[in-house]
Design a protein around this ligand. Structure first.
Ligand code: SAH
Length: 458
């Protein structure tokens, strides 16, 4: 953006127009819509300008602008249609620190006047930085057609009713009232009358306070494209989003603009906010009547401490729903080009965690060590050496393929293919720092198990 649109306060401010011809008249038509004090500097102003002056809508000064006129002015239009004189007044304006526009000379102007769709106090300003004025006019025509003439009156009616609407509790209740008031704003017709506003307010005041609820939502492995539609809708509805650290910003950006975003700070290895406090926060926000989206990476039901949070909701009598997400193991397998189960290879797949609340997690090592077994290990980086040792101890083939998918489904994704015997030190040597799934028993498609190298393949 080379020009930044703002709405400038001009009520009672001095707006100077240098020139009294056609260009000046065109700008004055717009400026007369404002509450600015308009001064036209022209020896021989157009008759129309004289008329406006006679009506008291502007004042005429029958000489060129000079330096002292500029003191305290807000804007200046150089509209003499004469480059030398326009250049002179522009220089004066620049020296006085007054914003100026030279009509039809964007390159030397400090601001431009947008095309306006005027439903005062609702004003739409359209600009193309001078690149396509005809297009700006088309956009204007389009909006003129779409926005009913009474829209300004609708806004005014709403404005007048704001103090009365304060009877509704701030937040959801008030938003839903205004949303009802403006429901038909785009339908041509009269502005909502006082009786209609009163009735709507009474209805909303009579409503039982909105019941808060909790949505346990899976955010998937990290790419917004891997969110389910249901997850997107939940984000759209949220009053507050309480998310784990693994959920990336690109997904949080999809939350409703007004939603409060709270990081619960949990990572794969321990947590910076104790689980009890997270539970309490969820319950507290829902008790206020808010829609709480508890956003977890992957699927909320996979190593997400979901049950503790559900228990807290149940204990407080709060309604909750689970919105499943794509678990990172599913994405990791897809990135390897492999299925999770395969006829003749494995008729079961295990999801394991390397860590549990007590530290390194114990598992049915004997079953995992069997040929053909497939397991997705979550939070396995620190536990890799322990897992490797336990499996070998229980008779696993040291050549068992192991694949590591770091940042599965994200732009920074990396895949390592190795074997159980060298899982460590391969993992440490590769410097895997992102979230990773360690797949026991799977190789990236196209790579023969025997060839699995102890190094990164992509
Ligand atoms: N509920 C999540 C798992 C949370 S536990 C899910 O269903 O995926 C956190 C672990 O998930 C991480 O330590 C890592 O093992 C795994 N993980 C999460 N996102 C990942 C990703 N994009 N790529 C690889 N592993 C991921």
């Amino acid at each position: 953006m080379r020009f930044f649109p703002v709405f400038l306060r001009v009520a009672n401010a001095r707006i100077l127009v240098a020139g009294g011809g056609e260009a000046a008249v065109a700008k004055l038509r717009l400026l007369l819509k404002t509450e600015g004090r308009i001064e036209v500097y022209a020896d021989e102003p157009d008759p129309l300008i004289r008329e406006w002056a006679a009506e008291g809508r502007l004042s005429i000064v029958a000489r060129p602008v000079d330096a002292k006129d500029l003191a305290g002015a807000r804007l200046l239009y150089a509209a003499n249609d004469e480059p030398v004189e326009d250049g002179r007044v522009a220089t004066l304006a620049r020296a006085a620190g007054v914003l100026f526009n030279i009509v039809d000379n964007l390159a030397d102007s400090e601001f431009l006047t947008p095309a306006l769709v005027d439903r005062d106090p609702l004003v739409v300003a359209i600009g193309t930085e001078g690149a396509a004025p005809v297009l700006a006019r088309k956009v204007k025509a389009h909006l003129e057609e779409k926005l009913p003439a009474a829209l300004g009156a609708v806004v005014r009616a709403g404005e007048a009713f704001r103090p009365a609407a304060e009877a509704l509790p701030k937040g959801r209740a008030r938003r839903s009232f205004w949303s009802a008031v403006f429901a038909d704003a785009f339908v041509p017709g009269a502005a909502p009358g006082a009786d209609m506003l009163d009735r709507l307010l009474a209805e909303h005041l009579g409503e039982a306070p909105k019941k808060g609820r909790v949505l346990f939502v899976g955010a998937g492995p990290g790419d917004p494209d891997d969110l389910t539609m249901r997850a997107r809708r939940a984000l759209d509805e949220a009053d507050v989003v309480i998310h784990d650290r693994l959920v990336p910003g690109a997904i949080l950006e999809l939350a409703r603009r007004e939603a409060e975003i709270v990081e619960a700070g949990k990572t794969g290895f321990g947590e910076s906010i104790p689980q009890d406090e997270i539970n309490a926060m969820i319950v507290e926000r829902a008790s206020r009547g808010e829609v709480v989206v508890r956003l977890k990476s992957g699927d909320p039901g996979v190593f997400g401490r979901l049950d503790e949070e559900i228990d807290a909701c149940e204990a407080a009598g709060i309604e909750w729903t689970i919105v499943p997400g794509l678990t990172s193991a599913a994405m990791a397998a897809a990135r390897l080009g492999q299925s999770l189960t395969k006829r003749g290879r494995n008729s079961e797949v295990r999801f394991l965690t390397g860590q549990d609340v007590k530290g390194l997690a114990d598992h049915d090592w004997a079953a995992l060590a069997r040929p053909g077994s497939v397991a997705a290990i979550y939070m396995g980086k620190r536990a890799a050496r322990f897992i490797q040792g336990r499996l070998l101890m229980h008779g696993a083939d040291p050549g068992t393929p192991v694949s590591v998918v770091e940042n599965a489904g994200r732009p920074e994704e990396r895949i390592l293919a190795t074997r159980l015997s060298v899982l460590e030190p391969t993992l440490s040597a590769a410097g895997v720092t992102g979230p990773a799934i360690i797949f026991l028993g799977l190789v990236p498609r196209g790579l023969a198990v025997a060839d699995a190298p102890a190094e990164a393949v992509s």
